[in-house]
Design a protein around this ligand. Structure first.
Ligand code: BGC
Length: 361
């Protein structure tokens, strides 16, 4: 753990977190369109008749099993694939252990084993072109999930008519919703130190991930769009991780004390860490500080209900896992998919946290 914490880098307030990275593809993404176009060719029609999914082999690559959100995603994905008729023994899910070289080996093994379709949550989205090339060369359809490859990569799938698609949500929406949850409280309620500004700290996910970049940017934008003046006290990378989130927030509270009015976390795992750090510092969410995350993990929805966390944003792992399985089935049965399959986020506050919890049961 010590070495991981030491590797944490400082992003810096006001710095464009997406600086130096290619424009994220989601800016071109159409609205949610999960509908698959019907198969047109005779070959596709023939393939469509071979609809016995129980013999089809599915390879799934997850960037890191220890990620809370991806654990929900992969569990739902496996269950849903089975409900569609795939056999449990034909579904193999590999842990990339947050290492692209490890994941690339796993993809090579899946190709050698002759899987019928691959569902990949890349460790590094920037490795997508290399991954796509080898999977397409092996004539295996490919569904990317959760970590969106860049625009030029997605354009190649379309230009070449490859059986490749991406399933995910537009992270700008989740960032905006986080900011709105805070803005809706009104400056008077937020501005404990009465400097006329929203003083915040930002805890970011993996900076290579467009979800982290957009949530960081759009949460703050939602505040300024509502005419609020903002003051970033600290902006750091917690890599989606609860322990790192806790440490970073503890440090920031130690450094900036009561001036910290809002803690933005790019995901709920880090928000859970932040919650602990806030309690350890003797602060109280809703009374002298606010805290928001993204994902709507069960524990966080319960915290929103009790007031221990101000709000979160539902990252619909159920819709996303189902859409990715459905896209895989479309490819396997000779149908095609859109090249981007979207999904809406849902803002979660005390008002609807119970209904979100009920929907997750
Ligand atoms: C989720 C995070 C998760 C990340 C993994 C994001 O969409 O909000 O919780 O760690 O995906 O890539």
């Amino acid at each position: 753990m010590a070495s991981t914490l030491m590797a944490v880098s400082l992003v810096g307030c006001g710095a464009s977190t997406s600086a130096g990275t290619p424009a994220p593809a989601a800016s071109e993404a159409p609205a949610a369109t999960a509908e698959a176009a019907p198969a047109a060719t005779a070959e596709a029609a023939a393939a469509a008749t071979d609809g016995d999914l129980s013999t089809k082999k599915v390879g799934v690559c997850i960037y890191q099993f220890s990620d809370n959100f991806m654990t929900l995603f992969r569990t739902e994905l496996e269950n849903y694939l089975i409900s569609l008729g795939f056999s449990k023994e034909n579904i193999t899910i590999a842990d990339g252990a947050n290492d692209q070289a490890t994941q690339t080996n796993q993809i090579d093994t899946f190709i050698t084993d002759g899987v019928d379709v691959l569902i990949i949550n890349p460790v590094n989205s920037s490795s997508a072109a290399t991954i796509t090339d080898k999977v397409v060369a092996a004539n295996i359809p490919l569904v990317y999930i959760n970590r969106e490859p860049d625009e030029s990569e997605e354009a190649r799938w379309k230009d070449n008519g490859w059986k490749v698609t991406y399933v995910g949500c537009d992270a700008r929406q989740s960032g905006t919703m986080q900011g709105e949850i805070i803005a809706d409280l009104g400056l008077d309620a937020i501005d404990f130190n009465k400097n006329g500004k929203v003083d915040y700290i930002m805890i970011e996910g993996d900076p290579e991930n467009v979800d982290a970049q957009y949530r960081t940017e759009f949460s703050v934008k939602a505040l300024t769009d509502k005419g609020l003046e903002v003051n970033c006290l600290s902006d750091q990378v917690g890599n989606w991780d609860q322990t790192q989130g806790q440490q970073l927030v503890a440090n920031a509270l130690g450094q900036f004390g009561n001036d910290v009015e809002v803690v933005f976390c790019n995901n709920d795992a880090m928000a859970l860490g932040a919650k602990q750090a806030i309690a350890d510092a003797g602060r109280t969410v809703g009374k002298d500080i606010y805290l928001v995350g993204v994902d709507a993990l069960t524990e966080v929805c319960e915290d929103v209900l009790s007031g221990a966390i101000t709000g979160t944003v539902f990252n619909d792992h159920i819709a996303q896992s189902h859409s990715s399985a459905d896209a895989a089935v479309n490819f396997l049965t000779g149908k095609t998919n859109e090249y981007y399959i979207g999904c809406d986020y849902v803002k979660v506050t005390k008002d609807n946290a119970q209904s979100i919890l009920d929907s997750l049961k």
